[in-house]
Design a protein around this ligand. Structure first.
Ligand SMILES: *Cc1c(COP(=O)(O)O)cnc(C)c1O
Length: 435
């Protein structure tokens, strides 16, 4: 390196690491070091002037958090948005997570000082919310609950399921592959559009472990269709002494009049399902979790399976689930039941605040594989399509819905307390596209 080589000017590691900002950051030493080396590399490669390295380092320190996940205002109108982490937690659940993030009595009886069973409180809250269930088990997610149920009940035997219910639910995740991966055999009956009672009855044999009914959550078969409903199926199951498992997917515990076609645990159990399975972070509005409800002997059989330990829910999820069930309306419930007139007033106020954009009728969606195609009547602010990108990239990120050449901003899933933040984000994005 010659005297004149500008690379001589690249700040040294010791100098950068010794800066007060580098010692005060929440980032760990390894992350700070990686940042320093990355900037020095870029300066050596000529991508960054050496004299700018120090400022770039300070800017990166100010910008970086230990977790890179960024909050997003969901202005899509899709309530359970999988790419945005499904259900946002209620305040009660957030408080419970914060409390549970320290040492907690998750497996300790403080009165006696002896070991207690993990998850008892979440179990009790589930049984209070769904008295039709004799017992409940919480695992890591819906997929874990389903594989635990099929592997426990069928082993290497048959799981009988209708062809019309063999679904793929996003990111290439197929229920069929999941069930087969546990070693069970999938015995598909009927056709895509029609499955009859005789199809199930003919398939039952000495190898059958259980009957499975899956809520085809993200699509609908319309037209010339036939399916066997739970009450009829449960008679066949009972006749042969076989358990009937209903995978409900999205997770209503009780019927919701706003979603008339959405199955729920209480109804499914009353209709004869022996076990129902659902996710915690879809319509239930809680943390990621898989919930199993139903016959006590079967739930306990699942809980004793060695895989139950591999699938167990963590303390944060258990705390959030209990608080979700015991607390008031969840953000998901509020968004689902939002009053269209109120949504219109909010959309109009937001539109006026950003210079009078048009307000249009806009149907929200349940999302997350619930109530496919079911419209939730509402309103949105219609902006030019080009604002969508600066909205996503803004100081507080906003995800809107781009359709038919417009960027639609739907307030349904934005907490009303965030309307002013939304307005500021919209104004900044509009300035970015029309300077
Ligand atoms: C979402 C869903 C699952 C998977 O649940 P996760 O909690 O995402 O693991 C399984 N079955 C059905 C019918 C679903 O809708």
């Amino acid at each position: 390196m010659s005297e004149a080589d500008p690379r001589r000017l690249i700040p040294r590691t010791d100098h950068l690491l010794g800066m007060p900002q580098a010692r005060e950051t929440e980032l760990g030493a390894d992350a700070v070091r990686a940042l320093v080396h990355d900037l020095q590399e870029r300066a050596r490669a000529g991508e960054l002037p050496p004299e700018d390295v120090e400022a770039a380092f300070l800017a990166a320190l100010a910008d970086r958090r230990p977790s890179s996940l960024r909050p997003v205002l969901n202005a899509t109108g899709v309530v359970v948005h999988t790419n945005l982490g499904r259900a946002p937690l209620s305040d009660a659940a957030v408080d419970a997570v914060v409390a549970a993030s320290r040492y907690v009595d998750i497996e300790l009886d403080l009165a006696t000082g002896t070991r207690s069973r993990r998850g008892v409180a979440a179990r009790a809250a589930l049984l209070d919310a769904c008295p039709a269930a004799e017992d409940a088990l919480v695992v890591n997610n819906g997929a874990a609950a389903l594989s635990l149920a099929t592997t426990t009940l069928a082993g290497s035997g048959d799981v009988i399921v209708s062809r019309g219910e063999l679904i793929e639910i996003g990111a290439g995740f197929r229920l069929t592959d999941l069930i087969i991966s546990t070693g069970a055999r999938l015995r598909e009956v009927g056709t895509t559009n029609r499955t009859h009672l005789a199809d199930y009855a003919d398939a039952i044999g000495p190898e059958t472990g259980c009957l499975l009914k899956v809520h085809p959550s993200n699509f609908r078969v319309e037209g010339f269709t036939a399916a066997v409903n739970l009450p009829v199926l449960s008679e066949v199951a009972a006749e042969h002494g076989l358990p009937l498992v209903a995978d409900l997917g999205s997770g209503l515990l009780r019927p919701d009049p706003a979603l008339p076609d959405e199955p729920d645990a209480a109804t499914a159990l009353a209709a004869g399902a022996d076990l129902v399975i659902m996710s915690g972070d879809k319509l239930l509005g809680g943390p990621q979790a898989g919930i199993v409800l139903g016959r006590a002997d079967l739930v306990q059989q699942l809980a004793r399976h060695p895989l139950a330990r591999a699938f167990r829910a963590d303390k944060l999820a258990l705390a959030a689930l209990e608080a979700t069930l015991n607390g008031g309306p969840t953000p998901v419930a509020r968004a689902l039941h939002a009053d269209p007139d109120e949504l219109r007033r909010r959309a109009e106020r937001i539109a006026a605040a950003v210079g009078g954009a048009p307000v249009v009728q806009h149907d929200g969606r349940v999302g997350g594989g619930g109530a496919p195609g079911f419209p939730l009547a509402g309103w949105a602010v219609s902006l030019p399509e080009e604002v969508a990108a600066p909205l996503r990239a803004g100081q507080s990120a906003v995800l809107a819905r781009v359709t038919d050449g417009a960027c639609l901003v739907d307030p349904r899933c934005v907490p009303p307390a965030e309307d002013d933040a939304l307005i500021r984000a919209l104004a900044a994005a509009l300035r970015a596209v029309r300077p």
